[in-house]
Ligand binder design. Structure first.
Ligand SMILES: Cc1ncc(COP(=O)(O)O)c(C=O)c1O
Length: 386
């Protein structure tokens, strides 16, 4: 039911065998699943029943798991695309939508990637995982490890907040906290977890979280009846959300389902940690690591990303933008989302609205543009910063 695929390095294009576990390319950059796409094949697996049919696995032809028995599904994906009419009226925009990822299991978009990565790992016979996290990815990974009966170690910054730590523990994960950022959490994890024993689920260091994330693009294609929006605004840490949608649209074009027109992809970071907007403004292919990253929008406190060049490529190829927003403006964004849409957004979702307001001021969006704002998670886990 799935298209065959190989794995190719996103930078040097070296090919790897997908029949065995792969991590990064020998050049140190991410591997991407490259499907052998043939036209006239549906992207939807109509043979599935619930819950798979109501989850990301609806798009099983474009996902990597071969044997349906390996799929770990908690009902991830198929999130609502909500017309934000009152917010649009307030801003003078006619077609604003919110894709609300807060309603996912574990409360964030991260479950899409973890469902795909952990299901595929199970297909390879893996049952011990480790992951560094800013918070949401850890909860998501721990939930799927629990559902699969696997063991997991989660490493997160000590200031992540109790909700993230307690959630992981509730799923039976071992949790270690570190002073610093997700980079320091990753360093501690690598010191303590032998890679022969513990499978590292770090962002883009295995190829399959990205496959799960790309379903956000496939859902938009379906929810807009094939007529994609003009602009998609997305908060960027490691970048899998943005890269995933870019990949999804490229695959839809290869299948002949869309033309070469793309939504303009807008990457949002915080002013206190903005390696992507800086590299974008400077016309660079790669982003320099951000010294002393500071933001309470914890998912955006990612000073360097192994997929930086892919984020920048996705923005440039689609005529998009990279925007850095202030702490005050994302807080205002959370408030506006609450007041005008009834969504209790995470800080990263607030940052997305702040970026839209910046684009409006800079006249980079038009009143009639179809605009999708992603609220990537629930505000409930961020009581300590909101
Ligand atoms: C709520 C939320 N939004 C956005 C992001 C950034 O996602 P990505 O690392 O895929 O760019 C994160 C990452 O932790 C997050 O938790």
């Amino acid at each position: 039911m799935s298209f065959d695929y190989t794995l190719r390095c996103g930078l040097c294009d070296k090919e790897y065998d997908s029949a065995v576990i792969q991590r990064l390319c020998e050049c140190g950059r991410p591997l991407l699943a490259k499907y052998r796409l043939t036209g006239s094949h549906s992207i939807i697996d109509k043979s599935l029943s619930a819950p798979l049919s109501d989850s990301i696995w609806r798009y099983r032809p474009l996902l990597p798991v071969k044997d349906i028995r390996n799929i770990i599904c908690l009902g991830e994906g198929q999130t609502p695309l909500l017309p934000a009419t009152r917010l649009g009226d307030h801003l003078g925009l006619r077609n604003v939508f919110i894709k609300d990822e807060a309603v996912n299991p574990s409360g964030s978009f991260k479950v899409r990637g973890m469902s795909a990565a952990i299901s595929k790992a199970i297909e390879y016979g893996i049952d011990k995982f480790c992951v560094p996290t800013a918070g949401n990815a850890g909860g998501a990974a721990a939930a799927y490890a629990a559902a699969a009966g696997c063991t997991i170690r989660v490493y997160m910054p000590a200031d992540s907040g109790d909700a993230f730590i307690d959630e992981c523990k509730a799923y039976g994960a071992e949790v270690a906290t570190v002073d610093g950022t997700i980079v320091d959490a990753g360093a501690k994890m690598r010191k303590e977890c032998d890679p022969e024993e513990w499978f590292d689920l770090s962002t883009l260091k295995e190829p399959y979280r990205l496959e799960g994330k790309k379903t956000m693009g496939l859902e938009l294609y379906e929810q807009f009846n094939g007529d994609l929006p003009d602009v998609i605004i997305y908060p960027t840490g490691g970048g899998t959300g943005l890269i995933g949608m870019w990949k999804a649209f490229n695959e839809l074009e290869e299948l002949g389902l869309i033309d070469s027109t793309r939504p303009r992809l807008v990457s949002v970071q915080a002013e206190g940690c903005a390696p992507i907007p800086k590299a974008f403004a400077e016309g660079r292919e790669f982003a320099e690591p951000w010294p002393n990253p500071q933001t309470a929008a914890l998912g955006l406190r990612v000073p360097s990303a192994v997929g930086d060049f892919l984020i920048l490529r996705a923005i440039r190829e689609t005529g998009g933008e990279a925007v850095a927003v202030s702490e005050q403006s994302w807080r205002e964004g959370v408030k506006l989302l609450g007041h005008f849409t009834g969504i209790y957004a995470c800080p990263e979702g607030g940052a997305v609205l702040a970026a839209l307001i910046r684009l409006l001021i800079d006249e980079k969006v038009e009143p009639a543009d179809g605009i999708v704002l992603f609220n990537t998670g629930t505000g409930f886990k961020y009581q300590h910063v909101l």
